[in-house]
Each structure stands twice: as C-alpha cells, then as structure tokens.
Ligand binder design. Structure first.
Ligand code: FAD
Ligand code: S2G
Ligand code: ZN
Length: 489
C-alpha cells in the first residue's frame, strides 16, 4: 500500500482522547454508530474504513462515527472544529484516488446510517434522499416507479449518492443524462463549524443568486458533508438494448461513434470503448465465453434506451447492418434478451474488478480530445516497454497497459496492470502521463477527482489563478482545514 514519506501530520490537529470519545458516544447514543479504537482495541473492525477499495491507500484512524441524522453530523463537526480534530467524510469507500480514507489518524465520519429515501414526486420525477443511500438501491426504488437514476457506474452496489455528488461521478449514463451538475436540484450540507446549509431545493429552475450547491458537487468532502440530495430523475425507458462490436482500428471506432450519434440519435444512451487488452484480462479472470468469435484490437458497447422495443431494435439492427456493410465494424452482436444484455455489459463493467483481482493497478482517469483518446495508451505501452518493465514476471512486473472508457465523454481509463505496486513503474508513468495530458489541454482527472493521488498534479489542468480561487473557497467554508486534510488542493 501507499506510504506518505512526503506528507507530515499537521501538528495543529489534536490527538483523540477518551473525553472526545465520551462526547461522541454520548451524542450518538448507540454502539452501532461508533467504532472506538481509542479506549478499546477495535483495529479489526476499523480496518475496512482505513483501507481504500484498491487497497492502495491506508490510514490509521482510531475512531469511526456513523451519524444517524443531520443534527448529529452538525454536532460532530462543531465539536471537531472547536477541538481541532481532523475528519474524513466517507460514503461507500469506492473512490479511486485515495480521497475516502484517512492519511493519518483523522476521524472517519461514515454516512452509511443516513440511507433513507425521503420523498419522490411521481409527476416531476424529483427524488429527495439521504446522502448515505446506496446508488443501486435508489435506482431500484425509482425503477418500481418507472423512473431511472441519472447516473450509473460499476460501483453502484456500494457507492452512496452523497459520495457520487462529492466526486461529481460521471459513469456510464452521462452521455444520455448529463452530469450531476445538471441533474442535482438541491442539497443539504453541513459545514466544518456545524452550520447546516439547507439548499434542498426541488425546483427545476431557481435563478436567485449564486448557485452554491455546485461548489459541493465535486468538492470531495473538503468544504462540507453532504447530508441530503434532491435530484431530477428521468422516466425509465420501456426498451433498452445493447450491441457489442469488434473494430479493426481506433479510426473505425471514431467512425462508429459518429454513425451511432447520427443513426441512433435520441435513443443512444451509452457508447463505451474497450481495447483487446482489457477484454483479455476480463476473459482471464472470469473465464466467460467472449461475445464475438474472433479477436479485434477494439470493441465498443452501444446501449439504446427508447420507448418502443420494436422500433428501437429495428433501428439498431439497421444501424448494425449499415456499419458492417461500410466496413466500419468488423463483427457485432445484439442482445436478444435481458440475460444477454447483462452479460454484454459485464464485459465493460467487469474490467475494474478484473484489474483489481490481478494485483496492483496504476489508474489514470483522463479527458483527452477524442481523436487522440487511444494514443495515450500506445505511447504509455511503448514507454513501459522501452524501460524494460513489460513482461508479467517478478523482474518485469507490468502485465499489461490497457485502455477503455466513456468514449462519448472523451474520457479514457488508462490502466497499467502490474503484479504489485512498484517504484520503478511509477517513475516511468508519472509525471509522463500528466505531462502528455497537459500538452493536449486535457484533464488529469475526468471523473474520479483529485483525492490524495492527484493533489500534487492539479497544476497540469488548472492555472494558478484558478487554484488560488479554490483555496479562497476552501478557507471560507473550512478555515481551520479540518475537512479531508492533505488532499485535493
Ligand atoms: P467514497 O469513496 O466513500 O468517497 C469519495 C470522496 O467523496 C471522498 O473524498 C470522501 O471524503 C467524499 N465523500 C463521500 N461521501 C461524502 C458526503 N456525504 N459528503 C461529502 N463528501 C463525501 N467513478 C466514476 O466517476 N465513474 C465510473 O464509471 C466509476 N466506476 C467505478 C467502478 C468501480 C468498480 C469502482 C470501485 C469505482 C468506480 N468509480 C467510478 C469511482 C467511485 O465509485 C466514485 O467516485 C463514487 O462516486 C464514490 O462514491 P462513494 O460513496 O464510494 O464515495
Ligand atoms: C469505469 C472505473 C475505474 C477504473 O469503469 O468507468 O471509472 O479506472 C471506471 O477502472
Ligand atoms: Zn469511468
């Protein structure tokens, strides 16, 4: 796991004492809301809260608090602010940049007990829920009402809606439903000093002053703890279908993307890119039968969501025949039923798990102008090979350099799969990848955020004026710096 030689624990932050624990125990009033490693040895119970999903970042917190209400969050933060106790807000702990676990002994405030749906308006589709609601649970609730959550990602079974807002998660449906900056109507958030900010607006339009909620979307818990969300949810499409294509070049992938937008237009709901390397790893881990007979350098998964199953599959069938005829697509298959729909999606959604299963992964979630999207993978693979690190042996630890992602958003997930985290590999990759991105005015973080991993690289995508303004905002909302310290800025 990662160690932090270049970071010192901020001496302004107090060490936890038994009095502090007594205050929180008294406030929360139930054992299920507190894991106390201060007055008792709870190391094993605390472990999952100290270690991130990739097992790459590890903190040493001794106290996990699980508030059950906004008032409890407010009293926790006021106490921490008054007593200089550092805090890490935590949702489902599926973040991939080390933002959701302590760096040292910060208190973890985990939102999992605040997981209720509060209200749903069946006419407007407006959902109000607590931040600790699990994304998949909220989507299932909406499905029962004929609606859909305008966000989907592979971590849906564990990630929280609050964490999704805090990281401004993009995911698999952004092409169709847009970003959380557009779908979120309001939030309730608690500031470092315990102030409860009620901006839980349920109106589609509210043009009365600065749109402050936007600051908290993507702030990664550094200026407040989101406690409630109000979000506009679209009708769930009656008909969903998915096609899986094999293509001979990245040029052809770009052509397929243009054809999909042109021919499928309003029913296109996802366009995901996968390279052969990423698919070979999924095959290696799952041993599932591949969707197509032959192997191709590239694959794309195209999803349609519309109101009329016959009309949509006719349109998709015609599109498939057309792009095959034109030689844009070398081979393709359409899902015939729900089972095939899910199994085709699994070849895209299962990549992250497969990579995690195989050992250490260096992840780069980046935005690049679409025409160069895959060039970064090729340049990185050549660089790792030239450094003599490609080989999947103990001596040459890099198993594969693969690329996949949300083609429609110009968002590539470059992943370097290794047997273990290895200094030599990191030195070859960083800052090379970030410099490559900066030269093309791309973004070093498309959707996963900055966290601990990318804090020191923000300058590759934001100029000093912007970073200065962000610091002013941080100092306005969290002047003592107790919220998620050491990260982000
Ligand atoms: P956590 O990991 O617990 O926290 C993430 C950050 O938000 C931390 O900085 C934390 O301090 C802060 N935070 C959490 N809750 C709150 C709150 N209530 N108030 C304030 N701050 C808070 N991400 C994408 O964008 N797109 C993807 O397609 C995608 N796919 C993924 C697939 C897999 C298999 C995995 C493991 C992760 C994936 N992710 C993806 C990354 C991750 O799931 C998202 O960043 C997600 O939004 C994190 O939600 P969480 O509840 O797990 O937050
Ligand atoms: C995805 C998940 C993280 C990764 O699958 O869309 O956001 O890089 C990613 O595997
Ligand atoms: Zn993604």
């Amino acid at each position: 796991s990662e160690t932090y030689p270049d970071i010192q624990r901020d001496k302004r932050f107090a060490q936890l004492t038994q009095e502090h624990v007594a205050f929180f125990r008294n406030l929360l009033g139930t054992d299920s809301a507190i894991i106390d490693g201060v007055t008792s040895d709870a190391a094993d119970d605390i472990e999952p809260f100290n270690s991130d999903w990739m097992r790459k970042y590890r903190g040493h917190c001794k106290l996990v608090l699980k508030p059950g209400s906004t008032d409890e969050v407010s009293k926790i933060l006021k106490y921490c602010n008054d007593n200089m106790l550092a805090v890490v807000p935590q949702g489902g702990n599926t973040g991939l940049v080390g933002g959701s676990v302590p760096v040292f002994d910060e208190i973890v405030v985990n939102m999992s007990r605040m997981n209720q749906i509060i209200e749903f308006d069946e006419v407007s589709g407006t959902l109000v829920a607590e931040a600790g609601c699990i994304l998949e649970g909220a989507d299932h609730f909406l499905a029962s009402k004929g609606y859909i959550f305008p966000l989907d990602l592979g971590a849906k079974g564990s990630c929280h809606i609050g964490g999704n807002l805090a990281t401004n998660a993009g995911g698999l449906r952004l092409l169709r439903y847009g970003s959380l900056h557009g779908t979120v109507l309001g939030i309730e958030v608690v500031l470092a000093d315990g102030t409860v900010v009620d901006d839980l607006c349920k109106l589609r339009k509210n043009n009365t002053g600065y749109d402050l909620k936007q600051l908290f979307i993507g702030a990664e818990g550094t200026i407040g703890i989101i406690t409630k969300v109000s979000i506009q949810c679209p009708q769930r499409s009656a008909a969903q279908n998915v096609a899986f294509f094999g293509l001979e070049s990245f040029d052809k992938v770009q052509q397929a993307f243009r054809e999909a937008k042109g021919q499928l237009s309003e029913i296109l709901s996802a366009f995901e890119l996968m390279d052969e390397g990423s698919q070979a790893l999924v095959r290696q881990v799952t041993n599932n039968k591949r969707p197509l007979e032959d192997q191709y350098p590239f694959y794309c998964l195209i999803e349609t969501s519309g109101s009329n199953a016959d009309h949509d599959s006719e349109k998709l069938q015609a599109f498939l025949e057309d792009v095959m005829e034109k030689g844009v697509v070398a081979d393709g298959t359409l899902a015939q039923d729900e089972t095939q729909y899910r199994s085709l999606w699994a070849w895209r959604e299962g990549i992250t798990e497969a990579l995690g299963h195989l050992g250490g992964v260096y992840k780069y979630d980046v935005s690049i102008p679409i025409k160069e999207l895959y060039q970064l993978v090729e340049d990185t693979r050549a660089r790792v090979d030239a450094a003599g690190l490609l080989g999947d042996t103990d001596e040459y630890p890099v198993r594969a350099v693969v690329g996949y992602g949300h083609m429609g958003d110009g968002n590539l997930h470059l992943n370097v799969s290794t047997r273990r985290f290895d200094e030599r590999v990191e030195k070859v990759l960083e800052p090379f990848v970030y410099e490559w991105i900066a030269e093309r005015q791309g973004s070093i973080s498309a959707e996963h955020g900055l966290g601990l991993m990318k804090k020191k690289y923000i300058g590759y995508s934001r100029n000093p004026t912007m970073v200065g303004l962000m610091r002013n905002i941080k100092n306005t909302f969290d002047p003592k710096g107790i919220l998620n310290p050491y990260k982000y800025l």
